[in-house]
Design a protein around this ligand. Structure first.
Ligand code: ZN
Ligand code: ZN
Length: 184
């Protein structure tokens, strides 16, 4: 029996992708720590004890205490305050194409301490620029992993150096349908 794969957490969607910006980017987690970055130490993130890949925020939640008096009136007699901690992974996207930085962006990001979302238990994200949706297993291709066929086809067009029609949307749709996105 194959070993059960660990369940990965899906990071909440924050996508703002445009079909006219078809750039392949790899989604990574980027370290940051106010304290440990004060002193320039090489590979500080390896020694940081403050969860550098997670952004913690404190949100104050106030709840009113309401009492009902004998005559039926409702009166606010006070408030309770709770501090709720939220933790969000620090995501970043790095171009993966020979046109940008000779295709070395991802390598350089790892050298800056970036790590894959999977290594922290988060689901991998679509490699389309500004799309942060989780990867759909059906669209793992030779030119990257995507949330669906639209983003896979747009990047395939870019990799194959197909200039997509901008004004004639029917022609553009035909062009996109004709692109081979058979799985890797
Ligand atoms: Zn630290
Ligand atoms: Zn996508």
């Amino acid at each position: 029996m194959p070993a059960a794969r660990p369940k990965l957490t899906v990071i909440p969607d924050q996508s703002r992708a445009s079909q006219y910006r078809n750039l392949r980017t790899v989604k990574l987690l980027q370290p940051a720590c106010e304290e440990c970055q004060k002193v320039p130490v090489s590979k500080w993130w390896e020694h940081c004890p403050h969860e550098p890949y997670v952004e913690s925020q404190e949100v104050e939640v106030q709840t009113r205490v309401v009492e009902t008096r004998e005559d039926g009136r409702k009166v606010v007699t006070g408030t309770t305050v709770e501090i709720v901690l939220t933790e969000t992974p620090r995501t970043t996207q790095v171009p993966l194409t020979l046109r940008v930085n000779s295709g070395r962006g991802v390598e350089q990001a790892f050298a800056r301490g970036c790590i894959t979302p999977e290594s922290m238990g988060y689901a991998p994200m679509c490699q389309y620029y500004n799309c942060w949706k989780p990867v759909n297993a059906k669209f793992r291709t030779t030119f990257g992993d995507y949330c669906g066929d639209e983003h896979a086809r747009l990047i395939a067009a870019d990799e194959d150096q197909i200039t997509l029609e901008v004004f004639d949307t029917n022609k553009r749709k035909r062009q996109l349908r004709g692109i081979d996105i058979s799985a890797a």
